[in-house]
Design a protein around this ligand. Structure first.
Ligand code: PEP
Ligand code: MG
Length: 590
């Protein structure tokens, strides 16, 4: 598998642990460079023929994609490719490109790009949402056509083959889901932080991922041998024989360790001094249910229902599809609680595709509860399914991105209205669910005492709470060094939320990635957290931390940590405590 080139080691951010040895497939190229190349009058005809051939080839590829999408993923996705193929039949577009080549005596790539930009400009200035969406199709088709003109291979997800390591500039959560379900064994990408949804998906699917690999797409070509070490955040291009055999050995050890972890599933989740801790699972995809059960999860502390939409996009899931999924979750986890979060589309999670929103700054825009309340006809479908699925089950409904009390009240009013309609229709449904909110917006954390009057439970979402409190984009690898769970501001907010929950008899858990990071377990237990929800594969490690903790001692150590003025000081304080503990407690709070 080694090539003739020397090994090249790239350091990035380890976003999903594990190692993989495979061959590269470059999925996306950040900049499709298009140059303006003047051509001789004698070459014009040949250039027009090159354009026509490329158009035909692109059409063929789009039709093949449409056919495969139809067979594997249903009509919804197939429709996208059909719409794109139709754009290539549009004479007004192609005639103008051809005229550009003839009149200006320029290369086909330049003419395609220029005409496409003119069209896009026109689409964007239009009022109609539908036409603006056509702009996205045009952008995709243009890129596809340019790739064909430049002789860059276009990869079909279904044609990737085996042992594939995806190398890309960027990867959306939905692409990660789709690729992760094929034979892809690792991801090496240029952008993204460890708590981005793409990283979360990679961890869910147990696929090693390294992000923050600046310029990696320019360094690899298809089929290059690659090693991805998601534990250390390292990628080796053209590994030597010695490196290859070292990583193959590591891979074997990893598989063996994973097998052993399953044996910890039945162990009780109780600290050394006898405090019971509820360790629940976060899941995004129904296939993770099996791991949640194998590792002994005490219920689901977060089901991200938006992935139902992401999988069906651009179609919406039907009420029956929602219902069937929720029933499976509730029945598999019974009698434990199942916290189903109403859809949190927005940010990078398909808001534009599913909900037809197009925002300048979507992370601060119409997402979470805001989007659901703004699209009642879509939200109603999910709520009806939830109320039906909850009959005789331990259902907890959780609202994402709540920033003010009014949103909870608006939800209750809407839910009452939906239930009234269901009653009139004579449907069987339950009003017995618990209602809770994510605490992931700083304003919600700061009025946790007020919000505690309105709900049955809180779940602390540190991924967004850190992003919004510290003004650090969780998807941006350039600022990930500032993404500090141990920042005193974050610890004070968590402490305040825990105190408000306790004083008001509201249940509280944490489902952000901080809960699943064993470096923070001691501190969280010491702060009083008794229910954690983590990705299924983190359960064994976190349980091990819990079982080796003395919570009374931790409470004292935590008080000291909470008086520190910076994350570095908190880290040192925690480390010095952990160093004095049993060797089984994991050191280095980092
Ligand atoms: C969070 O913000 O901590 C959270 C769990 O939600 P998500 O990662 O889906 O934004
Ligand atoms: Mg969140």
């Amino acid at each position: 598998m080694t090539g003739t080139s020397a090994p090249h080691i790239l350091e990035g951010l380890g976003a999903s642990p594990g190692v993989a040895v495979g061959r590269a497939v470059c999925l996306s190229i950040h900049h499709l460079e298009v140059y303006r190349i003047p051509i001789q009058p004698d070459d014009v005809e040949a250039e027009v023929v090159r354009l026509k051939d490329a158009t035909q080839q692109t059409r063929k590829e789009l039709n093949a994609t449409r056919q495969r999408a139809h067979e594997q993923l249903g009509d919804g996705l197939a429709g996208i490719f059909e719409a794109q193929a139709l754009l290539l039949e549009d004479a007004s577009f192609l005639d103008r490109v051809e005229r550009g080549i003839r009149d200006e005596k320029i290369n086909a790539e330049w003419a395609v790009n220029k005409v496409s930009e003119e069209f896009l400009h026109r689409f964007e200035s239009l009022e109609s949402e539908h036409l603006r969406e056509r702009g996205d199709d045009l952008r995709d088709v243009t890129r596809h056509l340019l790739r064909v003109l430049q002789g860059i291979a276009h990869h079909e997800i279904s044609e990737l083959g085996s042992n594939v390591i995806i190398v890309a500039h960027d990867l959306t959560p939905s692409e990660a889901v789709r690729l992760g379900r094929q034979q892809v064994i690792a991801f090496a990408i240029e952008t993204g932080g460890p708590t981005s949804h793409t990283s979360i998906i990679a961890r869910d699917l147990n696929i090693p991922l390294v992000t923050g690999l600046d310029g990696v797409t320019g360094l690899v070509t298809d089929d290059d041998p690659v090693v991805v070490d998601g534990t250390e955040g390292r990628v080796i291009l053209h590994p030597s024989q010695a490196q290859l055999s070292d990583y193959r050995d590591r891979r074997k050890r990893q598989t063996e360790e994973e097998r052993k972890l399953v044996e910890t599933g039945p162990l009780p989740c109780v600290s050394r001094d006898g405090v019971a801790i509820e360790l629940m699972a976060n899941i995004d995809l129904p296939e993770e249910l099996e791991d949640a059960s194998r590792y002994g999860a005490a219920g689901l502390g977060l089901y991200r229902s938006e992935f139902l939409y992401i999988e069906r996009a651009p179609e919406l899931p039907s009420e029956d599809e929602h219902f069937a999924t929720y029933r499976t979750l509730l029945d598999t986890m019974s009698p434990h609680p199942v916290l189903i979060r109403t859809f949190d589309l927005g940010g990078r999670k398909l808001a534009r595709e599913v909900m037809a929103t197009d925002e300048e700054n979507p992370v601060l825009g119409l997402r979470g509860i805001r989007l659901t309340l703004a699209r009642p006809h879509i939200f109603k479908i999910q709520l009806r399914a939830l109320f039906r699925a909850g009959v005789g089950r331990n259902l907890w409904i959780m609202l994402p991105m709540v920033s003010a009390r009014d949103e909870i009240r608006a939800f209750r009013a809407f839910a009452d209205q939906v239930m009234e309609e269901m009653e009139e229709e004579g449907l069987e449904f339950s009003r017995e669910f618990k209602l809770g909110i994510m605490i992931e917006v700083p304003s919600a954390a700061m009025i946790a005492d007020v919000l505690a009057q309105e709900v049955d439970f809180f779940s602390i979402g540190t991924n967004d709470l850190i992003q919004y409190s510290l003004a650090v984009d969780r998807n941006n690898e350039h600022v990930s060094y500032l993404y500090r769970p141990l920042h005193p501001a974050i610890l004070r907010m968590i402490r305040f939320v825990l105190d408000c929950a306790r004083d008001n008899g509201v249940e509280v858990s944490m489902c952000g990635e901080m809960a699943g990071d064993q470096r923070y377990t001691a501190l969280l237990l010491g702060m009083g957290l008794r229910r954690l929800s983590v990705s299924p594969r983190s359960i064994p490690d976190i349980k091990k931390q819990i079982r080796s903790s003395d919570i009374r001692e931790l409470e004292e150590a935590t008080e000291r940590c909470l008086t520190m003025g910076s994350s570095a000081e908190v880290e040192r304080c925690l480390d010095s405590y952990l160093a004095r503990q049993a060797p089984s407690m994991k050191g280095k709070a980092g």
